[in-house]
Design a protein around this ligand. Sequence first.
Ligand code: PYC
Length: 443
Amino acid sequence: MPVRLSAVIRRSLAKRRLAPRYSGAGLLWRGVRNSSWPRVWREPPLKKSYDVVVIGGGVHGLATAYYLAANHGITDVAVLDKAYLGSGGSGRNTAIVRSNYLTPEGVAFYDRSLELYNTMSADLNLNVMFSERGHLTLAHTDSAVRTMRWRAEVNKLQNIDSSVIGPAEISRIAPSLDTSPNTRYPILAALYHPPGGTIRHDAVVWAYARAADAHGVDMHQKTEVIDITCEGGEGPDGKGPGAKVTGVCTSKGDVSARVVINCTAGWAGLIAAMAGLKLPITTHPLQAAVTEPVKVFLPTVVVSGSLHVYVSQTDRGELVFGASVDPFATYDMGGTLDFTEELAGHVLELMPAVSEMRLLRQWAGLCDITPDYSPVMGFTPVEGFLCDVGWGTYGFKAGPVSGEQLAKCVAEQATPELISPFALSRFDSGMLVGEKGAAAVGH
Ligand code: PYC
């Protein structure tokens, strides 16, 4: 006899002696009727003026708004997103976090992010499911081993738990990897970084959104920025270097603002161009895919730069895969068969035992890549217009620290030390921060 789902849930919850207001039937009923379900954040009308406008409702934009309000008492803030919160890179990444970068500047920066991720569930009172499961970057060639040793030395000097290990230790940590010497690309060594792991990306978005809302930040979804207004600049409409920002024009009306922050990915260059600035960015899609769930067997994050693949297993048992960015610049986020074929081939070189698993879904996000693979952060030649862009494939990991530091930058009107290496002006001075060597896979 068919059993109603609501009855199954009610019985199982009753068994666990949950209070009646959380009964399965009640939950289902509220969900289906959508009645009196408390909203997690408000949907206020768009005001004519804000102190600060943040463009982009992903982890970076929401974290910036949250820290402006929570750390500095700047609460007259609007976050604008042309779609829904977390609809860009924040909802399209593979949720990996780590701080084993190559440059001292990168290590210090991403380590602060990992610190914030570590305490986020408690700080924002929402379980973001941080899983500190460790991170293995495999080396299949002598030159890759050299880069891993280099990274390990830079990491250790900054007290980051990171070391080079050999095939026997790799096999102990991740027994499903083929560490035999007979493969096409034998695994020679790996950079092992125990503090790395994964975190639930949607939960991070919701946690920041809810906390920002509680501090009075207004979030406006489906509100597209179509222009940025400036005065006093050298370019047309008073834009460009030397200008001062005065606000934004949106699909829902014009808004004046003292400060406008570009926290977008994919559209960073287009938004900057609205203020008359040209950013050194090209935009490439990055594809990812997920399998059906199976019993958990992969206890750590595994990355292979030479095989252009990284993989982790979710708590539900799915394998989440990513690869290198697509080798062409486009805003198209459609999946390609080339990606799926290459991914399958490379994964099977690493883990032949997963050959019977089925891929369920694939998707893509957009990566804004700079010439040195480091971001562009902080003040720009347009007064009041700040950037937090150019993350390549590192954006999700950097969300918390970027928000924290950008908020400090706005509040104190000075560039914090942690982000000073990432100023746009480095492309004039030549002080680049070459971070390509820390990429999970090829850019
Ligand atoms: O750099 O760790 C990384 C990464 C993972 C997915 C995209 N980038």
